[in-house]
Design a protein around this ligand. Sequence first.
Ligand code: GCW
Length: 662
Amino acid sequence: MKGFSRVVCDECSELLETAKKELLNGLARTTGYEFALTTELREDDAVVLGTLSSLQIQCVLSGLSADHLGEEGYAIYRVVKEGRQRIVLTANTAKGCLYAVFHFLRLLQTGEGVASISLMEAPKNKLRMINHWDNMDGSIERGYAGRSIFYRDNKFFADLTRVKDYARLLASVGINAVTLNNVNVHEVETYLITDQFLPDVARVAAVFRKYGIQTFLSVNFASPIEAGGLPTADPDDPVVKQWWETSVERIYRFIPDFGGFLVKADSEFRPGPFTYGRDHADGANMLAEALIPHGGIVIWRCFVYNCTQDWRDRSTDRARAAFDHFTPFDGRCHDNVILQIKNGPMDFQVREPVSPLFGGLMQTNQVLELQITQEYTGQQRHLCYLVPQWKQVLDFDLHSTEQGCTVAKVVSGELHHRPLGGVAAVANIGDDMNWTGHLLAQANLYGYGRLAWNPELSAQSITDEWVALTFGRNYDVLRIVSNMLLGSWQIYENYTAPLGVGWMVNPGDHYGPNVDGYEYSKWGTYHFADCKGIGVDRTVQTGTGYTGQYHSPHSELFESLETCPEELLLFFHHVPYTHRLRSGETVIQYIYDTHFRGVEQAMSLIDKWKELENKLDDSQFEHVLERLHEQASHAKQWRDVINTYFYRKSGIADERGRVIFS
Ligand code: GCW
């Protein structure tokens, strides 16, 4: 930025004020000197910011074709005119300008030259959302980074400074929507859509609005009863419909750009339309109709399954549930309804196949739901970087019409020409000073935002970016930290649940090993291990028929033991411990080997990190080191519990004669 000392912007709006502030602040921090802000170009080098209708922008740049930039895209150019350099940050909208600013600052911070900069960017997904599972008492369901930044003791915080910092953080990676409360809407939170809390919701929404982020709320389907005193919440009852219409009108009086509702209904004991003999489409459409006049949307979750199952019942398969429930409604939901589908058919396990529901809906808006908070992947005590997993999901070809039907293209709406779509993910932040508990877990939040904007970015480039932005541009730091992050999912999988079987965790808190923890429970989460073998037969031929929910060739590939991807072997098949994998190794030996290896790998993370001593801030170094020690010792516990269980069950010794004990 040599020679530059001025920012020019001749427009004013709430979002452009934010954009200007961020630009000036970011420039000062990266260059070490303050930039002046003026409304007119002068005879010097300048960064020029504004929408395409700004006069100053038009002075520098004429004839830019901006149609494909849409509402949120932007362009950044360097133009030299009459010996003067101009770096132009422009877009159709002020929001696009804000994103341009963040992109530009990222380039400066990662040290990429801006000397010949010329780029245009537009997000691939319309909705790029974060879901908070925060409760108003301050607790966070599945939160591992402290308490809520929004609430304490059933009240909103008066001081929203932390929320503002958070909004900046999210906007800097392109997040444009947020739900403020848990999808399990409890008693107090049911009143978020009433006069009691709407003034507070409006205060928070105002903070997010400054950063281009729309506010949504999770709602209780039984609100008409619980908050409205009606005898029913039947979606077909005119009085219920009227109650929702009035409630929605009230919300929009407080928050004119309110986004809409997120709904968990008829799932895990939450109320829903089933009570009244109605279905999900009836429920979603009723809410959608109340929101249509205001431009709001309904995001309806597909995490619906029988959670009071009998483990003896082999015909009910939880993995089938979302597809079985929701494919019959294809084409029945209004255009302002989106179905939100978890990445896998079970529940954010370390390894699951991609949900077949993405390939089963052609005339319905869809959103992919990911979990940034590490409920089943180490709870931010273990390093488990999930961007590589998410990439696999987004890149998965569903083969629903022709080749190239990736999950990314389905959810963006591109494939089936849907008006709405995108990605949502469960937040991993809390009021911890470093936001995410484990410092390196920040990379998951960052990576999520970058992928939501552009699912085609590579895991490597996102990772390198985060490391450079967080720790600076030291080559050793970049190499080591990127390497640690990119290898960590595989390491975590090695010492935890093998071959796609999942669920070997302690019930309730889901932390730590417990092979039979969920085996005889009602949640539909079984591995069926006995003395002869392990795994769930989900084939059409002899099992639950789940493989039949996929399009060809996946249905055949998963169905056959010969072609099933081995990392998912036990998800799809029940096999004897002596079953040989393609490598020639038996399943039991594979379990032993991966668990011994996983611990060694977890221990080697400590050594790798130690190479960075004196290259990082001391407190950051010590903090991560402490977590890595905890991870390694917990990995040993995992190894010993899992190996002991299968040694005792199978009676087959480790070929390499290692000691197995717990
Ligand atoms: O399995 C689960 C989690 C719950 C969560 C639920 C869901 C918010 O353990 O804590 O509830 O998924 O996604 O609704």
